[in-house]
Design a protein around this ligand. Structure first.
Ligand code: CA
Length: 224
């Protein structure tokens, strides 16, 4: 995941780069608007509005004109901030300096989730894995020809796993996606819901990946 950090203040960009790299992002820093517009395409842009050459809002607009890259605007406290204008310019979210690193990363992940191609691909009305079919309009689930009654969170968890069938999803990722993007704590709730889904569907449909998380097994979802 490539992040373009557009920031002229090295006391912010240097620690930010280090922190984001520790989180697994690959980071490029642009210290001017011109450098930002000349940079390689990124998966997400963090854009400081107070740049030495171009107005940040012009940079935002030009980046947006070029494509779908998610943009989080970073503004200094006290800057006149017109949220509607930012959104009209194409920003996906904004944070106000000084911001907490954890909060920023949570916002980044939330924006990436909202805008990722995978999410777009699964905004189709149904997820059809063969025997397992999920109708997103009605939140209805059919498994091996029979309707399955799920609680709202069981449904959300199943949909998250099924939307990325076969992939190993980390426990914390699942907690953040299904329960709360700002969640940090016990994952016992997750285990309880997985156990319940296994009971209602079939135990083999969700595989435990030791010390990592869970995956939905496409072969079982296709033909239990
Ligand atoms: Ca600045």
């Amino acid at each position: 995941m490539r992040v373009l950090v557009v920031e002229d203040d090295p006391t912010i960009s240097v620690p930010l780069r280090e922190g984001l790299e520790r989180e697994g992002f690959s980071v490029e820093v642009a210290a001017t608007g011109a450098a930002a517009l000349a940079a390689e395409p990124a998966d997400l842009v963090l854009l400081d509005l107070g740049l030495p050459d171009l107005e940040g809002r012009v940079v935002c607009q030009r980046l947006r004109e070029r494509g779908e890259v998610p943009i989080i605007v970073v503004t200094a406290r006290g800057d006149e901030l017109d949220r509607v204008m930012l959104l009209e310019l194409g920003a996906d979210d904004y944070v106000v300096k000084p911001f907490g690193f954890r909060e920023l990363v949570a916002r980044m992940r939330a924006v990436l989730r909202r805008t990722s191609p995978r999410d777009r691909a699964t905004t189709a009305d149904t997820v059809d894995l063969g025997a397992l079919q999920i109708d997103r309009r009605t939140r209805g689930v059919i498994f091996a020809g029979a309707a399955v009654t799920l609680t709202p969170k069981e449904y959300d968890l199943l949909l998250r796993l099924a939307a990325d069938a076969g992939a190993v999803l980390g426990r914390e990722q699942l907690m953040q996606d299904v329960w709360d993007e700002h969640w940090w704590g016990s994952t016992k709730t997750l285990d309880v819901h997985v156990a319940s889904l296994r009971k209602k569907l079939r135990p083999e449909v969700i595989e435990t990946v030791r010390s990592v998380g869970y995956r939905l097994v496409p072969e079982v979802a296709a033909a239990p």
